[in-house]
Write a protein that binds this ligand. Structure first.
Ligand code: PMP
Length: 347
């Protein structure tokens, strides 16, 4: 890996971060807070939340088995994705490389930050080659984006190949594991302490059932976490979100139960899709959704909308021609989808 100083935007490396009122007195017991221009009424929401979210990080650390210094918490993992561009990429000069197809926000954040986005097509099994990604990289490539399980394809990326890339690339490797809680593959998070160029993303929006509270997680080396913390908005996670995050992180056995239910329903739904005359192929999945190639994805999508059922039409995405992406719902919701498809006009 290149020296971190050479990878980070020079203005960010030099940045003197905003110092919030609560940062400055630390180390003393205090009970009268007249430092942050807050209103003294309407407790507890009159107070700014902990900018470093220490209690939430401790819980994430307990649940995920990684030290709090390796954890950054953001307003969704989308915040962490954007921070990767803002911390590492000089607009108009640097570039990133990413697998294609994958989650759409990487290219949107690249465009917002005026960073060139280089796509490298997956193979027909939706797998990647580390060498192909390295070939697409240049001296100005700051990061390579992987997503496992990948969205919208659903499959795990090959773990050995991911490790090969981490070991060979001299910039940052980002592995987005938004859906890893549904997968049996060992998380790349375990590799973070030994690999300073690895950033692993996770979120409370999927298996943890908390998309509404907006909390994403990045695991990375201590210096990278410090860079993210200095660039983020000081109070990027509200007190309400932190409270709800602590609540759900304390219910890990409920979450494990939900994951089990979703995986059981996923098998049932896939089996039933296989029997549908309008379904051509179902691709292997390790996530809470699956990608299915249909006879006519647009027509089936439109029909389902008429029936009040919304799936995602991914037909215009690379390698996903005529494909629908279906999220696993409750047994009742899944049955409604199947009932609608069984009476689809052309079947
Ligand atoms: N990564 C992937 C792969 C996703 O599919 C999504 C959401 N669709 C996200 C990140 C964003 O998650 P969050 O809600 O944490 O911003």
């Amino acid at each position: 890996m290149k020296d971190l100083r050479l990878l980070v935007r020079p203005n960010i490396w030099r940045l003197e971060p905003y110092s919030s009122a609560r940062d400055e007195y630390s180390g003393h017991e205090a009970h009268v807070f007249l430092d942050a221009n807050e209103c003294p009424y309407n407790a507890p929401y009159n107070r700014y939340p902990d900018p470093l979210q220490r209690e939430v990080k401790q819980l994430v650390s307990d649940v995920k088995g990684i030290a709090p210094e390796h954890i950054f918490l953001g307003n969704g993992s989308d915040e962490a994705i954007d921070l990767i561009f803002r911390v590492f990429c000089v607009p108009g000069r640097d570039n990133v490389v990413a697998i294609d197809p994958t989650y759409g926000m990487y290219s949107v954040c690249a465009a917002i930050n005026d960073v060139e986005y280089r796509r490298v097509r997956l193979d027909e099994r939706f797998q990647f080659s580390a060498d192909a990604l390295l070939e697409a990289a240049s001296q100005n490539t700051k990061a390579i984006f992987l997503c496992s399980p990948n969205n919208p394809t659903g499959n795990d990326l090959d773990r050995d190949e991911m490790m090969r890339l981490v070991e060979k690339f001299d910039g940052m490797v980002v592995v987005d594991e938004a859906y890893a809680d549904f997968s049996a593959q060992r998380s790349m998070r375990d590799e973070v302490p030994g690999h300073p160029n690895l950033i692993v993303l996770n979120t409370l929006s999927k298996a943890w059932g908390s998309a509404g509270i907006r909390m994403g997680i990045a695991y990375a080396s201590v210096p990278v976490i410090e860079l993210f913390s200095k660039v983020k908005y000081p109070y990027n996670l509200s007190a309400l979100s932190q409270e709800k995050a602590k609540e759900i992180l304390s219910r890990r056995y409920d979450v494990a139960h939900w994951v089990k239910l979703i995986l059981t329903e996923r098998s049932r739904l896939i089996e039933a899709f296989r029997q549908l005359p309008v379904c051509r192929t179902i691709f292997p999945t390790a996530a809470n959704f699956f990608l299915a190639r249909m006879t006519d994805a647009q027509a089936i999508y439109d029909y389902l909308v008429e029936e009040g059922i919304i799936v995602r039409n991914r037909s215009r995405v690379t390698l996903c021609e005529n494909c629908l992406r279906v999220t696993i719902g409750t047994p009742e919701e899944n049955s409604q989808l199947l009932a609608a498809l069984r009476k689809y006009p052309n079947t």
